[in-house]
Design a protein around this ligand. Sequence first.
Ligand SMILES: Cc1cc2nc3c(=O)[nH]c(=O)nc-3n(C[C@H](O)[C@H](O)[C@H](O)COP(=O)(O)O)c2cc1C
Length: 198
Amino acid sequence: MAFGTKNILIVYSSGYGTTREVSEKIYDILNLEPLFNITLKSIHEPFDVNKYDYFIIGSSIRADQLLANVRDFLSYNNNILRYKKIALFVVCLAANTLHGQHQVENTVYRQLAEKYPQLKIIDLAAFGGKIDFNKLNPVMQDLIKHVFRKTGIKANGSIDTRDWDQITRWAVSLKEKITNGNIPTVLVPIGVEQNEKN
Ligand SMILES: Cc1cc2nc3c(=O)[nH]c(=O)nc-3n(C[C@H](O)[C@H](O)[C@H](O)COP(=O)(O)O)c2cc1C
């Protein structure tokens, strides 16, 4: 392995494949960097947490939270992950506007900072999500209609609010950040006024 190679794991949790597709896009962009030894895994697949320097963790959002298996992963591996660098992205309907993205990023940031204060989070992003009503039973469809109302989405069925340009920009900037080693270890909440941070 070349000197300076960085071992990176993209690990995702995805209910219906939306976050998996976003993870694949991010993988394709980061994989262009010759000094990255990059692996893409579902959270359900086995992997050795010790092997990687950087973790890019993707999760969709349910009931305003990261998926339970991502929360379990963070808790279970907290003692190892605290020595790694973590970038996190979430995919959800609430992030369908810039304002929504900032709100979700701040909510997730606060949840992480409270529960895992030692984690070195180098980046955090929220991306718009997708819902395919054909994959949902009527109870779930009703639940999603509630999420539509809550998030101000004017839809009554399937919708895809992912912005692939935004996802690409984030992946490219993360690639540059990791390449340059220009990484603050404390995350500054996005879109939060200075006096809100304390
Ligand atoms: C049961 C359920 C609950 C959800 N709850 C929320 C929520 O609280 N906030 C939100 O913005 N999106 C919510 N969503 C939307 C998902 O985050 C969105 O559809 C995402 O793209 C799903 O990605 P996945 O296929 O990778 O799981 C929910 C979706 C489902 C199925």
